[in-house]
Write a protein that binds this ligand. Sequence first.
Ligand code: SF4
Length: 322
Amino acid sequence: MTVANPETTGAEAPIAASKRLDLKLSFQCNNRCVFCVQGDKRDTEPCRTPENVRDLLAERRATCDSVVFTGGEVTLREDLVAQVQHAKALGYRSIQIQTNGRRMSYAPYLEALIEAGATELAPALHGADAATHDALTQARGSFRQTVKGIRHAQRRGLPVVLNSVIVQSNVAQLPAMVRLFISLGVRQSQFAFVHALGTAEQLFDTVVPRYGDVMPYLREALLTGERAGMVMMAEAVPLCLMHGLERFVSEAYMPETTIIDSKLTIESYADWRHAEGKAHGPPCESCTWRLHCEGPWREYPAKFGWQAFRPRTDAPPAIVTT
Ligand code: SF4
């Protein structure tokens, strides 16, 4: 379903080219993560043609000045380097490659992306060791390749923003993961609570953890990274669970984003999260932080109920309107 924001898409009210474009190129992947929100799209959705990608980049440049190439695994496309070049020629200020990171273990390939204009690498690492990560990706050797790719990017000076999905089997490893990231020299890391769609929905009972089990480890991980000078973020963790950790809530920092999926265009990801992705429930009715909090992904309370969420009574920061 397309969710458009008439205030930001209407011809009468053009917006500045300051949005981010999240462009899904295809759904093929050489990992098969047990929490993949794309599910079986790799078997059902065709790859975008190179011409279509070029057209979308040109068309969306009117409203977007940064782009994230994502999928699926974008490095499986042979035209990725050319598309990065095209995005650079169109004037995209920031060009991020969201990837499982495996192909970055081939230094010449990473070099080609950098020379084409890639400005940021967003690889995914979901465990502190090969056994945990490879079990989650269902791809033996993926941990070794991704870590090697991160080392190449670090050595080359390409900014790395690490993404890690929080699931049952890595909860207790979150602090150790951050220690690994520190040892790799990574400066920014985001932990995202699993969104139970696609494969994660199918495997809900063995993949989705309880917030109560996650929070002690997530707290330690965030603070460990912060003490080491890293920028740390947590996504999809409601504010009643983040007492004293509010500065790490990633939704507060997300730029306005348009997502172009296979059959769906979400003009405003923030609007979509509020209208369809996240939920508020009975505890939120009296919560003093409700206006600052998106609530959890709605699949979580649909399964577990709202017992994990307690309305906050302390005063939130003032919301500034202009
Ligand atoms: S009670 Fe609801 S609105 Fe308040 S912090 Fe928790 S999830 Fe967010």
